[in-house]
Design a protein around this ligand. Structure first.
Ligand code: IMP
Length: 431
């Protein structure tokens, strides 16, 4: 049984948590392949709300959950997350953490925050959780990995080497307080004791599970347009978010992946800086934000809201090789007489394109070309089948499917796990 990847098809916050939670009901193992506590999932089950940072959404249904080598973890935050869930009666003993994942150290957070301050108007708008500096050290081969936490000698050696340089940066460049070796090592060791039972060779674990015919979900954090290589650089995160990264981030071959489900909102949101062609001007932006509860899970920041962008979504379909699409939060649009959808971009030279611009300047200056579809005002929460949707809502879904040439297999109509309508491939995924 090949693995299924769930990937965000926009700028993150597409509602992946809810889709993963739903598909997890029929899965045995749920794995995160990238990112760290910059990701935030909000999952609502039976009126109870769970907010996750590191853990894949399968944890709410107490599935075996893997945090793969492609992830970065903040040990103190991870311990707090595990303790919080355990305190609410969720069994967390089947959480598995790769020893190859990199550790976010306190200097990474300080440098992320100070660097954003220094950039001023040119800032990325990061979540300030230390993600970029941690992945940078990983690429520079001076990072600290989860497995280092369990060897006091190696841990102290690595922290000492790091501090010799980091403290200079902290004090002289960023005007921050220097960090102290022994205090840091002790904090790390306290977390290590708590995390020890969760450490596993996660690549081997997933390989075995696949051989045994278990159902595996590989959950990507963030979204396609935040991918380090294929997103809207530099306004991106520092990991591979696209589906191709799932194999590398977990440590399995790409031939083990059988399906890629993209998750997109029925509109678009973005947090942080950077170009956003379909960002709504005027009061409708506030309306979408309030109806959709579009405030960041991690930072609480207001999300910027826009109309659905099919140029960007077609790009996401291509770079991820989507085999199905989940369109979430369709109910939020139940408030407009008309709903614009972006079909093409008009470039500075007046030409129009339906391909996502390969050059950043073209993207920065493009104008959206909309088709305005009829809206609907009926609430959707009581629809049990796709056929129950108001006609205009059904046409909206069919239009997206037709324009992307990928099946819209799942449609979200409300916050709860049950409020997802399935058809075609989607029915098989949730069965
Ligand atoms: P970082 O990942 O904290 O370095 O932030 C880099 C960019 O990615 C910023 O624009 C963040 O707002 C954005 N970002 C990171 N994670 C998420 C996410 O899960 N949802 C939405 N945006 C995110």
């Amino acid at each position: 049984m090949p693995a299924t990847v769930i990937v965000g098809a926009q700028w993150g916050d597409e509602g992946k948590g809810k889709i993963v939670d739903l598909l997890a009901q029929n899965s045995d193992v749920v794995c995160r392949y990238n990112g760290g506590p910059n990701a935030g999932h909000t999952i609502q089950v039976d009126g109870e709300t769970f907010k996750l940072r590191h853990l894949p959404a399968g944890i709410v249904s107490e599935k075996e959950c893997v945090i793969g080598a492609g992830c970065v973890v903040d040990p103190e935050e991870l311990v707090a997350e595990l303790d919080d869930l355990a305190g609410r009666g969720i069994a967390v003993d089947r959480v598995r953490l790769s020893g190859n994942a990199h550790v976010i150290m306190p200097w990474h957070r300080t440098i992320d925050q100070a660097s954003e301050r220094r950039l001023g108007k040119l800032r990325i708008g990061t979540t300030r959780r230390g993600i970029g500096p941690t992945y940078a050290d990983k690429a520079f081969r001076v990072g600290i990995r989860v497995q280092d936490l369990f060897d006091p000698k190696i841990l102290r050696q690595k922290i000492e080497v790091a501090l010799a340089e980091k403290n200079l940066w902290l004090e002289r460049v960023y005007g921050a307080e220097p960090l102290e070796l022994e205090e840091l090592a002790e904090r790390c060791e306290t977390c290590a004791q708590r995390l020890r039972p969760h450490i596993a060779d996660t690549s081997l674990l997933v390989d075995r599970a696949l051989r045994e015919g278990k159902r595996i979900l590989l959950e990507g954090a963030h979204g396609t347009l935040l991918d380090l290589d294929h997103g809207t650089y530099p306004f991106v995160t520092s990991s591979t978010t696209v589906a191709g990264g799932a194999a590398a981030g977990i440590g399995i071959g790409p031939t083990r992946i059988g399906a890629v489900v993209g998750v997109a909102k029925a509109y678009v949101t973005r947090v942080g800086e950077g170009p956003f062609p379909t960002e709504i001007e005027g009061p409708d932006q506030v309306r979408v934000r309030e109806l959709g509860g579009e405030f960041g899970t991690v930072t609480g920041r207001e999300r910027r809201c826009g109309w659905l962008d099919l140029v960007a979504l077609r790009y996401a379909t291509r770079v991820n090789g989507l085999t199905a699409l989940a369109l979430t939060k369709l109910d939020v649009l139940s408030a407009f007489d008309e709903v614009p959808v972006c079909l093409r971009y008009r470039l500075r030279d007046g030409t129009e394109t339906d391909d996502f611009p390969a050059h950043q300047s073209d993207f920065h200056h493009c104008e959206p070309v909309y088709e305005v579809l009829p809206g609907w005002r009926e609430p959707l929460e009581d629809c049990a089948e796709l056929e129950d949707l108001p006609e205009a809502a059904r046409r909206y879904v069919d239009f997206v499917e037709h324009m992307l040439d990928v099946e819209v297999s799942l449609v979200g109509t409300g916050a709860d796990r049950e409020q997802v309508l399935a058809r075609g491939r989607g029915a098989a995924l949730v069965r």
